[in-house]
Ligand binder design. Structure first.
Ligand SMILES: [Zn+2]
Ligand SMILES: [Zn+2]
Length: 302
């Protein structure tokens, strides 16, 4: 465990990137620290204990309800917790996660989820301050964070923009090569597209992605946001290529074709489930755009 606190810019010495375990790879994530305010707690228990020895954390902002962003909450029970109003009910009652991840009665799925949540020692967290779009969180005389509500990944997913430094915490609009993820009950592909477009309107100099790390340069960030958005359209195209004008294909036919995941990880059971949900959301969108139609319980090109 090398130093986990990394200064983002010499010009803004009180803003830090906090590195997550496994380099921020799931089930962990990177955080950002401004004075005594930490955004997300998924760096891992060990890393968080190390951080607590260096800094007293009085405030915690949660970007969204996913376990890889809130799993350290139990170690910061004295802090003032903040989260967007749409995500609070799941953070306060994590048993809802099963429903929100579409975990069915399949024993294999339940076993995997139990293992993940118990492994992270996830606990319910009471939220003290409710956030909404455009809210301002005062850090000190120099810094204030603006809440940028960016739904799509989850309903309450939010990014946090510091105007003075033009540094943003992007959370899970993570600019990864995988692309956007919208596989849970409160995800929405069209809202995700709008959220990326909303971020493109901001003047951003430095971006912190919860799984990719620090990204420098406004034009570089603009390009990466554009590429990230294009991933959604590329998936649309991939799905259209699998369809024909006369022989209907079902959702089952489209699953396991690596349309979303080019490879599966140790969480394969869950990834296949999420992939189906994501493909379904593309099909709903393509139906609305009249690019496809439904025939005999399947889908054909219009
Ligand atoms: Zn997430
Ligand atoms: Zn994440």
């Amino acid at each position: 465990m090398k130093d986990i606190l990394i200064k983002i810019s010499d010009d803004f010495p009180e803003i830090f990137f906090v590195k997550g375990q496994r380099n921020g790879k799931y089930p962990y994530s990177h955080s950002m620290l401004l004075k005594d305010t930490l955004i997300d707690t998924g760096i891992s228990s060990g890393f968080l204990r190390k951080l607590k020895r260096k800094i007293k954390i009085n405030n915690v902002i949660l970007s969204h309800w996913h376990e890889d962003h809130i799993c350290g909450n139990r170690l910061l029970s004295q802090a003032n917790f903040m989260a967007h109003k749409e995500d609070i009910h799941i953070i306060e009652d994590i048993s809802k996660m099963y429903e929100y991840y579409h975990v069915s009665n399949d024993p294999e799925q339940i076993e995997l989820f139990d293992a993940i949540l118990q492994g992270l020692r996830l606990k319910n967290t009471t939220i003290d301050s409710i956030l909404s779009d455009k809210d301002i969180i005062e850090i000190n005389d120099l810094y204030e964070l603006q809440v940028i509500h960016t739904p799509g990944h989850t309903k309450g997913h939010s990014c946090f923009y510091e105007k003075n430094s033009k540094i943003i915490f992007l959370a899970d609009i993570d600019l990864s090569s995988f692309g956007p993820w919208y596989g849970c009950k409160d995800s929405n592909i069209m809202e995700f597209e709008d959220s990326i477009k909303k971020l493109k309107e901001l003047q951003i100099e430095i971006a912190v992605s919860a799984h990719k790390g620090i990204i420098y340069g406004s034009s570089n960030i603009q390009n990466q946001l554009e590429e990230y958005l294009k991933k959604i359209y590329q998936r649309d195209e991939k799905i259209l290529k699998f369809l024909s004008e006369n022989s209907p294909k079902t959702l089952e036919d489209l699953a396991n074709k690596n349309i979303i995941y080019s490879t599966y990880s140790e969480y394969k059971i869950y990834e296949i489930l999420a992939e189906k949900i994501m493909i379904k959301s593309h099909l709903t969108k393509l139906l609305k755009e009249n690019k496809i139609s439904q025939k005999n319980n399947g889908y054909i090109l219009s």
